[in-house]
Each structure stands twice: as structure tokens, then as C-alpha cells.
Design a protein around this ligand. Sequence first.
Ligand code: COS
Length: 398
Amino acid sequence: MEPRGRSGYNRLAMALDSDTLEQLLDTIRRLVRDRLVPLEAEVSANDAVPADVIAEMRELGFFGLSIPEEYGGIGLSMTEEVLAVLELGWTSPAFRSVFGTNVGIGSQGIVIDGTDEQKQSWLPRLASGEIIASFALTEPEAGSDAGSLRTTAIRDGDHYVLNGSKRYITNAPHAGIFTVMARTDPETPGARGVSAFIVERDSPGLSVGTPDKKMGQQGAHTADVIFEDCRVPAENLIGGVEGQGFKTAMKVLDRGRIHMGAIATGMAERLIDESVRYASERQQFGKPIGEFQLIQAMLADSRTEAYAGRTMVLDAARRFDGGENIAIEAACCKLYCTEMVGRVADRAVQIFGGAGYMAEYPIERFYRDVRLLRIYEGTSQIQQIVIARNMLRDAANG
Ligand code: COS
């Protein structure tokens, strides 16, 4: 029998021994509940995570959670990452966003498809949090249709010259490097002409726009990134091969979709906790509202759905760690868990009633924060397309 930790999950495909994993999860849980939750309102009001919190997260190794140990990270398996992210979901997503791109979309292009030199030169600095990595795929005219991106990267001697602009790029205002998808072959339309590059923040010709004003997730920052004859050394072409950039981006997003499902589930669990507490305390008609079956139905539906989400992300992560192709399962996680947390947040507002609509309570903020999850890293509709296309392809291939 494999030992079972507090997480209650069979320890398969784990990189850490069980004590170390439990210790890490406990550390995250304590930091989140004792230190970060009390700071949520301040982070939202100031639109910034305090510098000492960022320093603490750096110290704890959060920036390197998913980066292999040989490059200075903690090297969590996907299953372990999911368990960590479920804990992190308990608080405002702004905190996770500080290091989220280093763990996920900003670093994984290099981890998955980078050359040894690229890994050695960038991953240790990403793992330590010395620099932030951003993922630059989306453009003003290319969102869901990522393969139609227009930014060009034209070879000129031992450099590529980039022109174009990227939109809504998470952590762009803080980034030291960008993983940029750009068209190296303007004659080839669609995904095949796209390559991926590591572009340094201080490259001549690169500028970052003013941070976007958003509906929620204050404290997490996005901005445009503009390339005007931006010269990038040819050795920064990820994997050293042109035309592979779209596939690199898709592989990064596959993995990111499990991570995103876990964040959504963690947030749902927090909202349920808040809802149960409020339903136990709030009195109407002479008793706590939790004694009314219509409130109980909402609590039960939320709990059932969050449980389904938790089970799903852990299953997809286990399959990923086992080397299975998880394109369908990852999209299922993103689709189900992010839609699910939308329903859970909506029920939480309903249970809180007028208080759920007021900025004084955290529910209103979470309601706005979770709305983004159904959009970024691939909308729900894109997940449906990915799932159905793969189903039909599998059926055609027997
Ligand atoms: N892993 C590896 N390769 C993949 C892949 C995956 N998950 N998905 C697609 N590919 C490959 C395909 O096999 C194909 O390769 P070949 O040309 O060798 O056959 C190539 O990539 C193009 O794939 P496809 O034809 O499916 O591309 P489409 O242009 O039709 O786009 C969708 C597919 C819509 C799924 C894609 O554009 C997408 O995911 N869009 C959403 C982007 C997104 O999430 N944006 C959020 C912002 S980034 S934070």
C-alpha cells in the first residue's frame, strides 16, 4: 500500500517524499491562511502585493515549484503542483499571480522545449524569483485564434527582428523575460509559421504599455508588449528550430489548464467555507439561515461540484505524470472547474444576500476575481472545441 498523506491522495508519481510534501503543503496552507488572507482587502485596494510578501514567497521557493531541481527549482510533479495550487486557491489569485507565470506559462516553454543552454541560462533565475517570466501569445487581433498571430520575427544575420504587439500579457510590467510567439515564416499562414523566442525585457525595441484596468484580480497586472524592430539573438529561438512555436504554446497551455482547474477548485473551496460560516451565523426567521433547506441545497450543490473538480484535477495530474496525452482531460479540467467556481461564487453571493453584494465582505471581490478564469488561458468555448476535436480525431483513428 502506498502511504496516504493528509491530502488523502495516493502517493503515485511524486517527486518529493511524503514528509517533505506534507511539510510543503502545511507551509503553504499556513502562509495562505495566517498571512495572505488578512492582506486580501489591502492588496485589492492598493492594486499591489506588498514587497515583503513577495520576498517571503521567493524565500519559500514558490517561484520554482515546477522547475526541475537540477535548475534550482523544487521540481514538483503535476500531482504535487495541483495539491499546492489547491491550497493557494484559498486566497486572492493576485498572490499566486506574482509567481504563477514562473511556475506555469512563462517558464514551461523553456522547460518543455528549450535547449540545454537555454534551460541553464534562464531556469535557475526563474526558479529563484530573481526574474519574472511572461507568456506573450495573445495579440489585439489574435486571441482564441492563436494560430493567426501577426507578430513577425525575421532572421537578420545572427539575430531575429521582431515587430508587432501582444495584448493582456500577465506580469508584463514585472517581467525580466518574455516567451514570445512570433511568425518566422510570414509566407506560411496559421500555426506552422510560428516560432517561440525568449526575449529579454531590456532588448532594444521592446516596450511595455501601461498596466490594464480590470474588473477584478487587483494586485495581478497585465499590459501590452510592443516590439518595434526588436533585435533578439538567434540562440534565443526556443529549441533552436523554427516553426515549432505554436506547438510549444499548446503544450504549455495543456499543462496550464490542469493548474488553472486546481486554482478554480481551491477558490471554490474558500467560497464554500465562507458560505457555510455565514449560513451558520446569519439569523433570519429566528434561526440560522443554514437551517433552511433552500440554503442547504445551495451549499450541497457547491460542495458536490467542488469535490468533482478536486477529483478531476488530481486524476488529470496523475495521468499527466504517468506520461499520458492529457489534451482532453486538461481541457475538461479548465472547462468544468472554472465554470463550476462561477456557479459557486454566484451561490455564495446569494447566500450572503445583500452582504454578498457589498465590498465590505470578500464575496463580492471573489465573484469578480473568478470571472476571469473562464476567459484566460483559453475560453470555455475553446476548451469545448479542444475536447470535441480530440474526441472526433480519436474516433477517426480507431
Ligand atoms: N500539443 C501539441 N501539439 C498541438 C496541440 C497540443 N495540445 N494542439 C495542437 N497541436 C498541433 C497540431 O497537431 C497541429 O500540428 P500539425 O500542423 O503538425 O498538424 C498544430 O498544432 C496546429 O493545430 P490546430 O490545427 O488544431 O490549430 P488551430 O489553429 O485550429 O487552433 C486551437 C487550435 C483553437 C485549439 C488553438 O488556437 C487554441 O488553443 N486557442 C486558444 C489559445 C489560448 O488559450 N489563448 C489564451 C491566451 S494565452 S494565456
